[in-house]
Structure formats: C-alpha cells, structure tokens
Design a protein around this ligand. Structure first.
Ligand SMILES: Nc1ncnc2c1ncn2[C@@H]1O[C@H](COP(=O)(O)OP(=O)(O)OP(=O)(O)O)[C@@H](O)[C@H]1O
Ligand SMILES: [Mg+2]
Length: 391
C-alpha cells in the first residue's frame, strides 16, 4: 500500500515537475484557491524552482495562509520563515500575486493602445472606469492575459493559476474567443458607427446632446467614445487573444479540475473534464476535495455505529463522561445520536464513492483530499492538504 501511494503521489509531483502552467478550475466554492495554494506549496517544498501562484481570491485569507501581509498585482515572495513555522524548508522560491482587475485592464490598455492619445483618452474615459471595475466576466480574460505575460517573462519555472469564481467553469476557456468576437460583433460596429461616419456624426449630434442633457453630461458620448477607442485597439487585443489561446493548448500547460463529490459540482467537473479533452487541452488531474473518508462506506463502520448505539447507555458512557468531566446521560444522548445518524453519513459516502469512480474514468489521475476539521489557515494546513493528494 505504502509503495503504491508513493508511486501515485509521484504522479502529481511528476505533473507539477513536467508542466510550466497549471490552471486550476472547477465550480464556485469547491476549493480552487485552497488547492492551487496547496499545490504551489507542495511544488516548492518537494520539487523546487521558482513557483508562482496567481490567485483571484480577494479575501485576505490566502495572504494570511501564505504568511504574506498583502498580495497585489505585483508578485510577492512568500518568506522562508512562513515555511519554517510549518517545520519545512522550501527547495525553491514561492511567489504569490493577485489578479487586480482594474490595474490589469489599465496595463492592457497601455499595452494595446496604438498611440499615447488613445491610451490617455481610454484611461480618462468614465465608461471605461465603470466597466473595468464592474465587468466581472473580464476576470476570466484578464487571468489568461496575466498568465501569458508572466509566462513570457520567463521568471518562473511553474505558474499555478487559481481561476476566478465564474458562473460557468468553461468561461475561462472561452474568454479569448469571446474577446475576439467582441471586436467582430455588430454591437461594437453599431455603437461606434456615429463616430466613424461623417453623416452619422452630424445626424446624431443633436440626439447625443438631448440624451446627454437628460442622462447627465457626456453620458452617451462617453460610451460611444469608449467603444470607438476600444476598436482602435482591436489589432493588439486580437493578436494577444490568439496567443492566449495557443498558450491554453500548449503542451507545457495542464488543467487540474477541482470538485467536491456533491452532485452539482461533480456533474460540472465531469462536463468540464470532457470538454477539456474534446478541445484537446491537457487534463492533468481531477482533485476531489472535502471528501468523506472511504472507511465510512465499510461494513465494519456500520457495525461499529450499531454497537455504539447499544453501548451508549452503559459503561462506555460512564467512562467517557469521567474522562470528559461531564454527565453520563448527556454522553449517552450524544453517542446515540451519532450512532443513529451514521447511516446518513454512510449514504453520502457511498454516493461520493460512486461519483469518484465516475470522475476517475475521465482522467488518468484522480486524487482526493479530506475535509479538514478547520479552515485552511497556514502553510502547515496547506501541506497537510497536499499530503492527501494521493489516489
Ligand atoms: N479540504 C478542506 N477542508 C476544510 N476546509 C476547506 C477545504 N478546502 C477548502 N476549504 C475551505 O473552504 C472554503 C472555500 O475554499 P476556496 O476559497 O478555496 O474555494 P474556491 O473554489 O476558490 O471558491 P470561489 O469559487 O469562491 O473562488 C475556504 O474557507 C477554505 O478554507
Ligand atoms: Mg477562489
């Protein structure tokens, strides 16, 4: 058993050692951010090199877990002292960066604007300010752009990307195509028509003036100007979107799908895994997170639960009560409740085992991590979780 475990554990390590980019995806709340951080910590302690985890988690929780005061758009080095506190020494360097949507968009505009005039006009445009800070969907595209930029910099041996909480886990894959389609769309052409055509410009001027008098100064003009300026950046954006698409299909890139074994996330994970394969992306592993121990489905566990209920009113309750300094009747009630409810847990564990088997058909490597009895708070917790990334 120990050898088999070691062998398969090596598989996840081998995946992290052989790839340069890992995209961690899955439905909302399944543990993507946590798993991405756990993989990064495992990679830097077991393999080494310069490892970067790019997160989109705006909560300070991850920064706290990694022992860094603040994670921003610029990568921050996780200090060796944070590892020392967990009793380990990293073999390489761990860096963390957080996707800042607004700063990310500003950088993209600077990159793609054909000249200084367009750049300054976009950055000063009020519609742009509103969109850049509110356009949640753009998280997906920005995460891909940032990955592209960080990978091209050649500064890191391994980049692990924690993908944003999307309504649909596939959004991240579609983001580059959607960006290209946006530039080709009739909506953009229609919105910018008044500015591109002299006739429209003259004809629509009174309309803008009246509308802006009602809606507030330059409201519509700002919108139209924004879209027109955006169109001036089409070439740069489309070229980049093509490069980002190529990066997703690159043999150095792999996808790790995270899921709990509840019905809805498992369904979505299976869909995502099939879709990744269909699109010829590399599916490296499926990580089942927060799973119940396999022993919950064993016959011996059910027998133990039955015996526990029987023993709940006898010596056992008295012995426990003495140890815990509480009353035997209360201990008896608690044990009876636990014993009788065990059946529910066993049913859930059986369903989980079925879903796990279904998911394992879709990927050569399926690993499972248990529910920890606490929130994941520091590097020691992340390492504990990573140690469970065994089939
Ligand atoms: N195996 C685990 N045991 C205990 N708690 C866990 C485990 N995995 C994740 N958690 C906790 O679950 C919560 C959600 O995890 P996380 O933020 O990583 O999910 P997510 O998929 O990134 O969510 P979102 O889609 O909102 O970004 C966190 O509080 C985290 O500490
Ligand atoms: Mg997250």
């Amino acid at each position: 058993m120990a050898r088999r475990r070691l062998q398969l554990q090596t598989d996840l390590d081998a995946l992290l050692a052989s790839k340069e980019m890992v995209l961690v995806c899955g439905s909302g709340g399944v543990g993507k951010t946590t798993v991405a951080a756990a993989m990064a910590v495992a990679a830097v302690t077991q393999i080494g090199g310069r490892v970067l985890v790019l997160t989109v988690d705006p909560a300070r929780r991850l920064a706290d877990a990694l022992g860094v005061g603040h994670i921003g758009n610029e990568a921050t080095r996780v200090p060796d002292s944070a590892f020392a506190a967990a009793g380990v020494q990293p073999r390489g360097e761990l860096w963390a960066a957080m996707l800042d949507t607004k700063a990310g968009w500003d950088d993209l505009i600077r990159l793609h604007a054909p000249d200084e005039q367009v750049r300054e006009a976009v950055l000063a445009n009020s519609t742009y300010h509103n969109l850049a800070s509110r356009f949640v969907q753009s998280h997906d595209y920005l995460a891909m752009e940032r990955l592209h930029e960080l990978h091209s910099s050649g500064e890191y041996d391994l980049i692990i990307v924690d993908t944003p909480p999307s309504r649909n886990a596939l959004d991240i894959l579609d983001a580059p195509r959607q960006m290209k389609e946006f530039f080709r769309s009739w909506l953009l052409r229609w919105l910018t028509a008044p500015y591109r055509s002299r006739f429209f410009s003259m004809a629509s001027k009174p309309f803008y003036q009246i509308a802006d008098r009602i809606l507030g100064s330059r409201f519509l003009e700002d919108i139209a100007e924004f879209f027109m300026l955006f169109q001036a950046m089409e070439k740069g954006f489309v070229e980049h979107a093509n490069e980002v698409e190529a990066l997703l299909a690159d043999p150095r890139t792999t996808f790790v799908v995270v899921s709990t074994l509840e019905a809805a996330p498992s369904y979505e994970a299976a869909y995502l895994a099939r879709e990744l394969v269909r699109r010829e992306h590399h599916l490296g592993a499926i990580i089942a997170n927060r799973v119940l121990p396999a022993s919950m489905t064993a016959k011996a566990s059910a027998t133990s639960a039955r015996k526990l209920v029987k023993a709940a009113r006898g010596d056992l309750a008295e012995q426990i009560a003495e140890q815990l300094d509480t009353q035997p009747e209360i201990v008896g009630d608690v044990l009876t409740e636990i014993g009788t409810r065990f059946h529910d847990v066993a049913v859930v564990a059986t369903r989980e085992a079925e879903r796990r088997a279904e998911l394992s058909e879709l990927c050569q490597l399926l690993v499972a991590a248990p529910v920890l009895d606490r929130d994941v708070n520091d590097i020691a917790d992340l390492l504990e979780l990573a140690a469970h990334f065994t089939p």
